[in-house]
Design a protein around this ligand. Structure first.
Ligand SMILES: C[S@@+](CC[C@H](N)C(=O)[O-])C[C@H]1O[C@@H](n2cnc3c(N)ncnc32)[C@H](O)[C@@H]1O
Ligand SMILES: Nc1nc2[nH]cc(C(=O)O)c2c(=O)[nH]1
Ligand code: SF4
Ligand SMILES: [Mg+2]
Length: 209
């Protein structure tokens, strides 16, 4: 598999925010979100066998493994990696961009899916496969990265249209505009969680954290 980077950190996003995890960032992405903070993962990386990735995971001593990218579901071998990790009793969090069908991911208590729904500011909203919402289980969650009023209104519309009943995260772009977003959510009485990217608050916008 082509791996961009691996590191231990705390989960900075979504419902497992704050939980220590080992991160496996796979190389390559089919989208080009305007505000992507991980462009370095589009091409850079090193070929690694599944066995050597597993070895790194084991050496980390973490219970949780976050598989991200780039877009982690582009590499066919990811399914084998996930399978082996599940059999070894790891808890897995997959961060996926919403444009790839997630129907091949196993429905497993220990596998959590973080499904992005790209907003207009990303310029990628047309790539979304909304049927993915049907494959989410109660443990999974949906994330909207929000830049402005237009994104906010779009997210509201999508939540209503698809009657999304999973946990919903509103995450501001670059973790700026938190106050604006929090006030909007309160004002409009939305049943969503406003969360920053905790790792950026702690370490800033850099690789490997
Ligand atoms: C780098 S992506 C990798 C996984 C997958 N490609 C995706 O987009 O979900 C991980 C998460 O970071 C979010 N993200 C990327 N750039 C961001 C930014 N500048 N501000 C806030 N969130 C961002 C993405 O929307 C996604 O939820
Ligand atoms: N600490 C930390 N948490 C994260 N959660 C999702 C990330 C990602 O880039 O996919 C990420 C990341 O890059 N760092
Ligand atoms: S899908 Fe994820 S990795 Fe790809 S460009 Fe968008 S935020 Fe970046
Ligand atoms: Mg990141």
């Amino acid at each position: 598999m082509k791996v961009n980077e691996m590191f231990t950190s705390i989960q900075g996003e979504g419902i497992y925010i704050g939980v220590p995890m080992f991160f496996v960032r796979l190389t390559g992405c089919n989208l080009r979100c305007e505000w992507c903070d991980t462009e370095y993962a589009f091409y850079e990386g090193e070929e690694m066998s599944i066995d050597s990735i597993i070895k790194k995971v084991e050496e980390s001593g973490m219970k949780w493994v976050c598989i991200t990218g780039g877009e982690p579901l582009l590499q066919e071998e990811v399914y084998k990696l996930i399978d082996i990790l599940l059999r070894k009793d790891y808890k897995i969090l997959v961060e996926t961009n919403g444009s790839i069908l997630i129907d091949k991911l196993p429905t497993e208590e220990n596998l959590v899916i973080s499904l992005d729904i790209k907003t207009p500011s990303s310029k990628m909203e047309r790539a979304m496969r909304f049927e993915n919402l049907n494959y989410l289980g109660p443990k999974d969650f949906v994330k909207f990265v929000i830049m402005d009023e237009n994104d906010f209104e779009y997210a509201k519309k999508i939540i209503e249209k698809y009657e999304i009943d999973k946990e919903i995260i509103f995450q501001p772009v670059g973790s700026t505009n938190l106050k604006w977003l929090a006030e909007k959510v309160v004002e409009e009485k939305l049943n969503v969680r406003v969360l920053p990217q905790l790792h950026k608050i702690i370490w800033g916008n850099k690789r490997g954290v």
